[in-house]
Every structure is written in structure tokens, then in C-alpha cells.
Design a protein around this ligand. Structure first.
Ligand SMILES: [Zn+2]
Length: 311
């Protein structure tokens, strides 16, 4: 049965393929610059979005082919090998994402072994250990001299996601007042505190400003509030990452781009701002805001796109 036939036969399997071609392997992906790395990740997300759409439809669109992630010889064979006898680690991106089981980084970006240096923490917050991991990645994988002729790290991305449990817990903790005080006394409190300022504080302020005082604690606005915080938290996280990258000096700062995006477990697409009916697939990544005023402007844009109840 040909691929074309499969697209019209709803009993056919809906493939998402990892492929290695021994006689003609894909060249090992070496991004020219951070924009190249960013485009590559976006392309990987589009592959998985197409797969998910096909699963929902029961088939690929007529004339389309199942998405394929090609594996290079370097990825398949684990070469080059380092002094310790193991494949040399050569990620082209570091991604700070949430621990949520519905947000598997490599899969949702269509990437492979040795592609992404992952930092996954509930709420994709950057605590001390996360900063340590980030700095390790920057110092180990960015300088060209670290991998002569090989691949260096070019991109740092912060990935939030819709429906984040850590964000919901943060809203709940602040809305229930003193009864939630115990949460601040244990390690979960450190995550809540990171999400609260500035993301929750700013989202609440903007909701109250647009829809009247008390809107941010009105249950009808809860999903809107959570959604806003998810975007603001990812954008602000990227701003923090940008600061750490810049702090490593001009060589690293000039080589590494920093972006953020929000993954949607409903359609598997990563977006830099909420979808609207007129703009269902806005750009995947965006650069972080420069300061709190930039974050506030972004928050207003997010709120306008969300259309809360009664608007
Ligand atoms: Zn989450």
C-alpha cells in the first residue's frame, strides 16, 4: 500500500517515524547561529503537531506523508567518543521546561539523542540548581573551542505549558489566604514564590485593571488568570535566563539566543502568545521582555487575546 493510499484509508496506521538511513544518513545538524537552532526546533514541533492532527482526524491529509525525524550517523553511532569512552555530549539547545508528564521536551520538538540539554522543574522556574545546570551547559557546550569541528550550544529556551499544575497551585495558595500558609513552609513553597512574583502579581493587577477590582479572585476569571500567568512566567523565566547568559561574558552572550514559548497539550503546538480565532498559530518562540514594563506590555497583549468571560 502506498503512502498516498494510506492517507485515504482510515484503517491505516498513523505513523510518526524516527528513521536512520545507513547508506545516506542525514548530516549531523550543526546550527550556524541561534536563529538557525530556533528554526530547527520550531520545525520539529511542526512535525509532531502534524502527527497529532492526523491522530485526531484518523488519517493524514490526502497527499501528505507521515512526518519523519531523520537520525544522523553521529546520533546513531554515538560518535565522537570522549576520553571516558562515552559519546561526547553536544546539545545545540538547553531547554528549561516543566516536569509535567504531558510536556516531553525531545518528543514535542521532534529531536533526538544528544540534541537537548534538559532542565525540568515543576513550573519551569529557575531555582539555584537550575541556574547551576544552565551555567554548566553554557560553560561546557557554548565555546567553539570546547568542540573543535563539532557542535556548540546556540539556544536557550524556556518552555511553559497550558494547564500547568504549579501555576494552578500558586493561584490557589494566594487565593485561599492564611489557610494555605503551610505550603510556604515546605519546598513546594519555593516554586510557588517564584511563580507569584512577578507573574501572578502582574496578571492579577492587569485583570483587575481591565475588568474591575476583585476580578483576579473571581472564579469566572480563574482559567484566564492561570493562562496569563503561564505566559508571563515563561517570558520572565527567559528574561532571567538572558541575564545569566549575558553574565557569562561577551563571547557566550553573543553566541546564545534566548527565547520562550508555551506548549499546548491540547494540540501539541508551541506558541509565544495565546491562539485566537484570527491567529491560531502565532510564532513559536519570542525573545524575552527587557524589564518589568516590557512584561507588563506583553501581559496586556496576552489578556487581549484571551477574551475573558463577559468581554
Ligand atoms: Zn507545569
Amino acid at each position: 500500500m502506498s503512502t498516498t493510499d494510506e492517507t485515504t484509508d482510515r484503517r491505516a496506521p498513523i505513523d510518526f517515524t524516527y528513521r536512520f538511513q545507513p547508506d545516506d544518513p542525514k548530516p549531523f545538524f550543526i546550527p550556524r547561529d541561534w536563529e538557525d537552532a530556533s528554526v530547527y526546533l520550531q520545525g520539529g514541533n511542526h512535525l509532531i503537531v502534524r502527527f497529532y492532527e492526523a491522530c485526531r482526524r484518523g488519517a493524514y491529509k490526502p497527499g501528505s506523508r507521515p512526518p519523519i525525524v531523520e537520525i544522523s550517523a553521529s546520533e546513531a553511532t554515538g560518535l565522537p567518543v570522549g576520553d571516558d569512552g562515552l559519546p561526547v555530549q553536544m546539545p545545540f539547545a538547553v531547554v528549561l521546561g516543566c516536569s509535567d508528564a504531558r510536556v516531553p521536551t525531545e518528543l514535542l520538538f521532534g529531536q533526538e539523542f544528544n540534541d537537548i540539554f534538559n532542565i525540568r522543574v515543576a513550573g519551569n522556574v529557575l531555582a539555584e540548581e537550575g541556574v547551576g545546570s544552565l551555567l554548566y551547559a553554557l560553560r561546557s557546550f557554548v565555546p567553539e573551542s570546547a568542540h573543535p569541528g563539532g557542535r556548540s550550544l546556540k539556544l536557550a529556551a524556556v518552555l511553559g505549558h497550558r494547564g500547568c499544575g504549579a501555576v494552578k497551585a500558586t493561584v490557589k495558595a494566594f487565593q485561599s489566604g492564611p489557610t494555605a500558609a503551610s505550603i510556604f513552609g515546605d519546598p513546594i513553597g519555593s516554586i510557588v514564590t517564584k511563580i507569584a512574583a512577578p507573574a501572578l502579581a502582574l496578571a492579577s493587577e492587569l485583570l483587575d485593571e481591565s475588568y474591575g477590582a476583585g476580578s483576579s479572585s473571581d472564579p469566572r476569571f480563574l482559567s484566564c488568570l492561570v493562562e496569563m500567568i503561564v505566559y508571563l512566567n515563561a517570558a520572565w523565566g527567559a528574561r532571567e535566563v538572558r541575564e545569566w547568559v549575558d553574565g557569562e561574558g561577551p563571547e557566550i552572550a553573543s553566541r546564545v539566543g534566548v527565547v520562550y514559548g508555551v506548549f499546548d497539550p491540547e494540540d501539541w503546538r508551541v506558541r509565544s502568545r495565546p491562539a485566537t480565532s484570527e491567529d491560531p498559530a502565532p510564532e513559536t518562540f519570542a525573545a524575552p521582555p527587557k524589564d518589568l514594563e516590557g512584561l507588563r506590555a506583553f501581559g496586556r497583549e496576552v489578556l487581549a487575546r484571551l477574551r475573558p468571560p463577559g468581554s
